[in-house]
Design a protein around this ligand. Structure first.
Ligand code: FES
Length: 367
């Protein structure tokens, strides 16, 4: 009798967990993770199938996501989730493989460069082995394959080539006929990512014109110049896609505009976040993290994510650049300025991205 009572109490408890929790995955993941990591619910589990060394500091991780993963378009990003020293970490990376590889073999790849001091990128390089399982979010982003009728120019720098690789593979497979040019800037010839793959693509895909340009092979650096753009036929009629470090993106934007390219034809994705000029703004204020019952003061242009972390909190986040929306939280009162756009929020309740929101006066956040 006692055993039956215990059983029914256990079933009632399980029922409550099942039906009352806002996020059942948060309950089941730790249990399922012990039984089979491929069953994790919060993220789609993805198993590492292969690891390729691209350059001294860049590797490609070939992953096999569980079947429920919904796929992606060339040029999109994903969030991944891994556990480092008992703490879950989320980061955003671009997919470097073509969706066709996913459709035919259920494989995807992420090409990841070590960032100096980067906790997650260095951990992935040093500890992620074939057979390991990581969590994969659904793909997002609009740096996607353009209107197939129009010529395209890609300008990529360093590891900014990753979404472009995905796009070029897709365009080649679909026999995209309009001319496609790639200007790919790398620090030295040793830093070319997927060089052989790019050469092979250019050989089998006649619409592609490929220029790989090392900036520091010679004594005097050689950066993107107006002369490089002048060599691109029909520049002003092209759709232009920029992906790389901020310095290259800014320079490309200036040169393109001085050549009369329309702003609406320029598409960007960033490897470091652009910053609005906030010099003339009064920044900082008292920040209340309401759920944690912590209140701290901030000065200068520290964003809410940095302020929370300095206070010992660990809000969920991914890219830290305003792309992935993983850090979105409810602001219940106060004004924040968006670090990317310079726009002010209203004073009342709304969702904000912690990583790009700088307080302007007192702010209360549901963290
Ligand atoms: S962490 Fe990605 S948008 Fe804030």
């Amino acid at each position: 009798m006692l055993a039956r009572d215990n059983q029914s109490t256990a079933l009632q408890w399980l029922g409550k967990q099942l039906f009352n929790r806002e996020d059942p995955a948060a309950f089941f993941d730790p249990l399922l993770e012990r039984v089979n990591p491929m069953w994790i619910q919060e993220y789609t589990p993805a198993r590492v199938e292969q690891i390729l060394q691209e350059t001294s500091d860049t590797k490609t991780f070939v992953l096999k996501p569980a079947r429920r993963w919904q796929g992606f378009e060339a040029g999109q990003h994903v969030n991944i989730c891994i556990e480092i020293d008992g703490i879950r970490r989320n980061r955003t990376f671009s997919l470097s493989s073509s969706p066709i590889l996913w459709q035919t073999q259920r494989l995807i790849s992420l090409t990841i460069k070590r960032l100096p001091g980067g906790l997650v990128t260095n951990w992935l390089h040093d500890h992620l082995d074939v057979g390991a399982v990581l969590g994969l979010g659904e793909a997002f982003g609009d740096f996607t394959v353009p209107d197939p009728a129009r010529p395209v120019l890609f300008i990529a720098g360093g590891s900014g080539i990753t979404p472009v690789l995905s796009q070029l593979e897709t365009m080649a497979a679909q026999d995209y006929r309009a001319p496609v040019s790639l200007l790919y800037y790398v620090r030295t010839s040793e830093d070319v990512i997927a060089g052989e793959k790019l050469e092979a693509l250019a050989a089998r895909y006649p619409a592609l014109s490929l220029s790989i340009i090392p900036t520091h092979d010679e004594a005097s650096p050689r950066y993107l110049s107006d002369g490089d753009l002048a060599k691109v036929p029909g520049l002003n009629g092209r759709q232009i896609f920029l992906c790389g470090p901020k310095g290259l993106m800014d320079l490309a934007g200036e040169l393109l505009q001085s050549r009369g390219v329309r702003e609406r034809d320029i598409h960007c994705t960033f490897f470091s976040a652009p910053q609005a000029n906030l010099e003339n703004q009064a920044l900082g204020g008292q920040v209340q993290f309401a759920q944690s019952n912590i209140e701290v003061g901030s000065e200068g242009d520290a964003n809410l994510l940095e302020i929370a972390e300095a206070a010992g909190l660990t809000p969920r986040h991914g890219c830290r650049m305003g792309i992935c929306h993983q850090c979105s939280c409810r602001k219940t009162s106060g004004t924040v300025i968006n670090r990317l756009t310079g726009q002010k929020s209203g004073p009342g309740e709304e969702n904000v991205q912690l990583c790009v929101s700088v307080p302007q006066g007192p702010v209360s956040i549901d963290v």
